[in-house]
Design a protein around this ligand. Structure first.
Ligand SMILES: Cc1cc2nc3c(=O)[nH]c(=O)nc-3n(C[C@H](O)[C@H](O)[C@H](O)COP(=O)(O)OP(=O)(O)OC[C@H]3O[C@@H](n4cnc5c(N)ncnc54)[C@H](O)[C@@H]3O)c2cc1C
Length: 536
């Protein structure tokens, strides 16, 4: 397929904002992974695609960043220019099915606008301070992936500035790989950049953010989604939206342990899939189920998070779930309350009753903390409670990095297996952590089979063990038909880069390098992200 690039649109008169003193640059030298050694010459803040093109034509290395919430070191600069999209944060317009925005817009800035228009964007990651461009670049996914899929499925168009400063406008369905298995991108100076689709097969799981997307006959837009800034700078994104917004029922459900959690999730998943397949108006419709293990609950207790969230969690609980189910748009708190009053009425049927009856069957209804539609403050508190788990772990890791050994850093996995194999996978992950004598906590998006096993290393020596354990855990996920990188991407993490190689082999990495070299032969865009700049 031949695709023509265009020159950048004419620039506004405002000049590019640049900062270069150590104090000004310092806040941009690390991301949420606290990857060590970040450094840069300057930070540029373009205001338009023409500004982005001008920065790229400068000839230096460029790392595009959004909110720098990367958990893989992908947004940590290693020299050259940090290109912050922070000033490109406008909503450009509403389309028939969605919205077009500049890539630097934060999801938390978009949300109030969506609320005002009774619209909903489902694949929001747990951290909603991420930028739209960052979530597209990492193919981010969140709790609701179980029902709605990943960011990729919600992106209908992007504008991307290539390393040489040319611009591509890509609309889903318009540029498909040809019979020869690739794309010919014609630049404004008449050159043809030949991009061959890599021949590896991606794991068949609900979410996967590990290197370049590759499928026979694929859409060119999918090459840039999930490419982690290595192939171009995304400047505009068109997102599909849901209208009207559903109403939500949520619940915190403490449980006796993993077996009880997995059995409940299996039933909730089955009920929801049946509902989607049969369009049953009374069917239970769960969009997301989050999991926390016994160690997570201990950390939450230590941090006083349950009291803060107004949630009770019995001391003998050894796992907990936060579930989110959808109810018909417009369902009010009173409607839901009335509905719950019919729980014991024989023959009474409704989505909320189906979910609650499953909780009753599993003997956990009485100890669950329910949140009804319209109870937004309580719902926010519940999701903050879930977020307090990674925050608590990351804080402890940072503290140890500061006080014990600077080599200590985040040591978290992001593995997915088919849900049916998750019980076995959790046992294997724990066995590995225990064999390495690592304090660890596991949480994540259990409805997808995606969890985050995190080590909390006590010292530098344990940090080495944590890295080895995460590679072993990733290998287990691959062996079980899953992916070692589900939603956070690969970034600069040596562990994740090693797992990417284990997933696709040397030939897979070589195929990715050929894609990279076709579009960015000098490795100027996000060098060192996904794979090292030079093979050792
Ligand atoms: C508490 C917490 C919870 C999280 N939960 C989740 C979760 O549930 N699911 C999930 O998927 N992630 C999660 N993340 C990780 C992170 O939020 C996502 O990876 C997010 O997509 C990053 O967006 P960002 O704007 O911060 O991008 P950055 O961190 O700034 O950049 C990430 C990568 O994308 C590239 N990039 C950024 N913007 C652009 C652009 N405009 N054009 C081209 N490349 C670009 C960068 O070069 C980098 O490689 C979490 C992070 C935290 C701190």
């Amino acid at each position: 397929m031949r695709v023509h690039a265009r020159p950048p649109r004419v620039r506004s008169t405002a000049s590019i904002k640049r900062v270069s003193t150590p104090d000004e640059i310092e806040p941009f030298l690390s991301d949420a992974a606290h990857y060590p050694g970040g450094h840069a010459d300057e930070v540029c803040f373009p205001a338009s695609e023409a500004d982005v093109a001008e920065i790229l034509r400068d000839g230096r290395r460029v790392l595009p960043v959004g909110a720098q919430s990367s958990l893989t070191g992908g947004a940590t600069p290693q020299g050259g220019i940090v290109l912050s999209l922070a000033r490109m944060n406008r909503i450009l317009g509403w389309t028939r099915t969605g919205v077009r925005v500049e890539a630097g817009l934060l999801l938390s800035q978009l949300e109030p606008e969506l609320r005002a228009h009774d619209l909903y964007y489902p694949p929001v990651p747990t951290y909603d301070g991420a930028s739209v461009g960052g979530t597209v670049a990492t193919n981010a996914a969140g709790a609701a992936t179980f029902k709605y899929g990943t960011t990729r499925e919600w992106v209908t168009a992007i504008t991307v500035v290539l390393a040489g400063g040319d611009v591509l406008d890509l609309h889903r369905g318009e540029a498909m790989a040809g019979a020869q298995g690739g794309f010919d991108i014609v630049t404004t100076d008449g050159r043809t950049l030949r991009v061959d689709v890599p021949g590896y097969t991606m794991p068949d799981v609900r979410k996967h953010s590990a290197g370049y997307f590759a499928k026979p006959g694929m859409d060119l837009i999918d090459l840039f989604i999930g490419a982690e800034g290595t192939l171009g700078v995304i400047t505009e994104v068109e997102l599909r939206l849901v209208s009207p917004r559903p109403s939500w029922f949520a619940a915190f459900v403490p449980l006796a342990g993993d077996d009880a959690a997995l059995a409940l999730v299996a039933d909730l998943r089955a009920e929801s899939k049946r509902t989607w397949e049969t369009a049953d108006r009374c069917g239970g419709d769960v969009a997301a189920i989050e999991y926390m293990d016994a160690r997570c609950l201990e950390l939450l207790r230590e941090d006083g998070a349950f009291v803060h969230a107004g949630v009770s969690c019995p001391k003998d609980s050894a796992a907990a779930l936060v579930l989110q189910a959808e109810l018909a748009p417009g369902t009010s708190r009173d409607d839901a309350f009335r509905e719950l009053g019919r729980l014991d009425v024989r023959g009474a049927d409704a989505p909320l009753l189906r979910i609650c009856r499953i909780l009753v069957e599993h003997g956990v209804f009485a100890t669950a903390t329910p949140v009804l539609p319209g109870e937004d403050t309580r719902r926010d508190a519940l999701f903050r409670l879930r977020e307090s788990v990674p925050e608590g772990v990351n804080r402890r890791v940072r503290e140890r990095q500061r006080t014990i050994d600077p080599s200590i850093s985040k040591a978290g996995g992001d593995v997915i297996v088919p849900f049916e194999r998750l019980g076995e996978a959790l046992t294997r992950y724990r066995r590995i952590m225990q064999a390495h004598k690592l304090d660890h906590a596991i949480w994540g998006h259990i409805s997808d089979g995606n969890v985050h096993p995190n080590a909390i290393p006590a010292d530098g020596e344990q940090m080495d063990h944590a890295r080895r354990a995460l590679i072993e855990i990733g290998m287990e996920a691959i062996e079980m038909g899953g992916s070692p990188m589900s939603e956070h991407g690969v970034g600069r993490s040596p562990v994740k880069q090693q797992l990417l190689r284990r997933l696709y082999g040397n030939e897979g990495i070589a195929a990715m390098r050929r894609v990279k070299e076709a579009l960015d032969p000098d490795y100027r865009l996000a060098p060192g992200v996904l794979f090292p700049e030079h093979e050792s």
